[in-house]
Design a protein around this ligand. Structure first.
Ligand code: ATP
Length: 237
């Protein structure tokens, strides 16, 4: 079963063609990674899925239902939840307040309480800092908070934009372990990453974007061995 399916998606910003004829599928329960250099269109793929950018062409299906052109609010209510690039936590709010914002669209308040406990179990660093202002957290902790806030929306599909950006390797490893755990509790994940090596090591499937087009796709383990991927994205010649 494909939880999410993009068919022939194109997107533009004015005269700039950011995506051209993208076909991409996320099998239920899997981690799919989207690789590509700066400006290739990776963030735009996430924005098209989350309803922030309207596609010029093509269709998006969620569990078989056509959700093309729905608003970000409608997409969030379907539990397709994006964790944005550069974290974007609310610096003047506490850790707990930021987490609560993640559950704003939900009506199942009892389940929200359980999810908060689960998120705090995944991120003990956040649990120790519930009343601390988010703006005073370290970069790694802010990334954890951004992921935690997305999880408070109880995602069926989690869209992660560059979770490793600007973080020390040890924190990146910690965050990737958590991403694996989140996947194991049943969340499908679309992971945009510059760190191709790490992304391919946790993903089931991978797509490589070049100039708004899918240049390569396949099993992550196969792409890790692919000469072009190794040369361009893994720095191996
Ligand atoms: P990065 O890794 O640098 O974030 P990316 O692969 O995520 O890059 P996108 O951010 O999706 O790439 O951008 C794809 C193209 O669309 C780029 O040429 C970019 O300049 C352009 N673009 C993105 N957002 C806008 C916008 N709001 N207005 C105009 N052009 C945009």
């Amino acid at each position: 079963m494909k939880v999410l399916k993009l068919t022939n998606i194109s997107a533009r910003y004015g005269s700039i063609e950011a995506l051209r004829n993208i076909d991409l599928q996320i099998p239920d329960g899997s981690i799919v990674t989207l690789l590509g250099s700066n400006g290739a269109g990776k963030s735009t793929v996430l924005k098209v899925i989350s309803g922030v950018v309207k596609p010029a062409n093509g269709n998006i299906h969620y569990k078989g239902e056509d959700v093309t052109g729905q608003t970000p609010d409608q997409i969030v209510r379907r539990r397709i939840i994006q964790c944005p690039e550069n974290r974007q936590v609310f610096p003047q709010l506490t850790v707990l307040e930021n987490l609560r914002i993640g559950s704003y669209a939900r009506k199942d308040r009892n389940q929200v309480k359980t999810d908060l406990e689960q998120v705090l179990a995944l991120f003990p660093r956040l649990k120790e800092r519930l009343s601390q202002y988010a703006g005073t957290l370290s970069g790694g902790e802010q990334q954890m908070l951004a992921i935690g806030r997305a999880l408070m929306g109880s995602p069926k599909v989690l869209l992660l934009d560059e979770p490793s950006l600007g973080l020390a390797p040890i924190i990146v490893r910690e965050i990737f372990e958590i991403i694996k755990n989140v996947n194991q509790i049943g969340t499908s994940i679309l992971l945009v990453e510059q760190n191709a090596n790490l992304a391919l090591s946790i993903a089931d499937h991978a797509y490589v974007l070049e100039n708004g087009r899918i240049a390569l796709s396949g099993k992550a383990s196969d792409l890790k061995k692919d000469e072009r991927v190794r040369e361009l994205y893994l720095g191996v010649k």
